[in-house]
Structures are given as C-alpha cells and as structure tokens.
Design a protein around this ligand. Structure first.
Ligand code: NAP
Length: 211
C-alpha cells in the first residue's frame, strides 16, 4: 500500500477511525476526500485501543479490521492497514503518522477523520508535531461547524490554520452508533453498510443486546 519508492509528489490519505462498524458514511467520506484533495490512495487505519476510549467497550480489533477489509475491497484506491490493531499499547495518531511518513519518504500525508474527533486535536499527543507532519481533513455531518477549532488554532498556533480542512458529507448522517443500536435490537441495518459487513455482523452476532 506504500510503494517502495513513492514519488516525491505522492499524496496519501490515512483514514483513521474506530470503525465499530464501518459504514457507507465512512466510505463516501474517503472517496470524496480522495477526489477533492487529489490523493493517490487512501489507507484505512482501524484504531487498536483508541487512546481516549476504555478497553472492553469497543468491539475486538480483529472484527473491526476484518469488516473494514470487506468494506473497501471493491475500491482500487482503498487499502487497509493493521498497523494500529497489531499494537498492544494505545495507538496515538502521532505514532501512526510517523510510521507512514517514514515508509512514504517525502509523500504528503492527509489524516482524514471525523470533525468531532478533530475538535479535540489540541489535546492529542504531540499535536504540534502532528500538524507539522500531516494535513487534517475533518469530515462532518451537515450543519457541523469547525469554527471553534479554527478560533482556538488561530489563537494558539496560527501557523497551522491551513493544515485543517473541512469536508461536509451528507451521507455521514449514518453513524456507527446508529448501526450498533439497530443491530442490538435485531433491526435491519441493510443499506447502511456494505452487504458483506452486514452479513458478518449478523453471523458473529456482534452488537446483539449491547445497548
Ligand atoms: P470517535 O470519537 O469514535 O468519533 C467521533 C466522531 O467522528 C463520530 O461522530 C464518528 O462517527 C466520526 N468519525 C470517526 N472516524 C471517522 C472517519 N474516519 N470518517 C468520518 N467520520 C468519522 O473517533 P475515533 O474513531 O475514536 O477517532 C478518530 C481518529 O482519531 C482515530 O484514528 C483515533 O485514533 C484518532 N484519535 C487520536 C487521538 C490521539 O492521538 N491522542 C485522540 C483521539 C482520536 P462514527 O461513529 O460513525 O464513525
């Protein structure tokens, strides 16, 4: 997924998320970001133990990783990395970005994730180094505003203002929480996530009775 010799002007998207489960909102977001920012490819990086979440409340990493692989299979520009799920310790985005930066030589890195997550960016580990190392694409549901983050960034580190971009995606009205709640009650989740993912959730009984 990272070529041996990435061209110097290559642009690679890193799609970070818990993906519990992955859904069409995530897939549309990655595809729109790919086109809008002229990315050569997008690597989905399911979070191992998300640093800000308690272990045990999140579905086992192997399930989230497998569902992500199933979901991206048909898109030639999409890949999945097991880098974070293979780690035992919490996965901080700075470590992930450094890992890919080292492999990708001079390629530009774009970290794509939910706008709500990015709102807390200034509390993330080594956030200045992170803003130095990659550009952020904050994906939002309609009506969400990143103004507050831009205000704080403008005050605390104005030099990084142009490193955070906003992308509004109507399909992101779908959320993982919505899918989990429906699956817990045995309600249909068809057309919210690709068929293989829907079948996998059913087969493994992933969210049943987990309200
Ligand atoms: P989250 O708090 O579970 O999600 C926040 C919101 O963003 C939710 O509405 C979520 O919707 C949405 N979202 C999450 N990932 C998305 C994506 N790739 N595309 C579009 N929407 C997305 O966030 P999270 O998934 O745990 O964290 C997001 C990323 O930020 C992860 O890669 C995580 O490791 C990183 N992060 C790093 C640090 C750190 O380094 N200190 C701290 C926090 C987060 P859905 O529930 O529908 O996905």
């Amino acid at each position: 997924m990272i070529r041996k010799r990435e061209p110097h002007n290559a642009k690679i998207g890193l799609m970070g998320g818990t993906f519990d489960p992955i859904h069409y909102g995530h897939l549309v977001s990655a595809e729109v970001a790919r086109q809008q920012f002229a990315l050569d490819r997008v690597i989905f990086v399911p979070a191992g133990v998300p640093p800000h979440k308690q272990e045990g409340k999140v579905t086992a990493a192997r399930h989230r990783y497998l569902m992500t692989v199933m979901a991206v299979m048909s898109n030639p520009y999409f890949y999945v990395s097991s880098y974070e799920v293979d780690k035992k310790e919490p996965s901080y985005t700075i470590d992930t970005v450094r890992h890919f930066a080292q492999k990708a030589g001079g390629a530009g890195l774009y970290f794509i994730t939910g706008a709500d997550a990015i709102m807390d960016l200034l509390t993330w580990k080594d956030y200045e180094a992170l803003l130095e190392a990659c550009t952020f694409i904050a994906v939002s549901r309609p009506g969400y505003s990143l103004e507050r983050l831009r205000e704080i960034l403008g005050r605390r580190c104005p030099q990084y203002l142009d490193k955070v971009h906003m992308l509004e995606i109507p399909a992101l009205a779908i959320s993982s929480t919505f899918i989990r709640e429906r699956a817990a009650l045995g309600k249909t989740i068809r057309y919210l996530t690709p068929d293989p993912v829907e079948r996998y959730i059913k087969k493994e009984g992933l969210y049943l009775n987990r309200l």
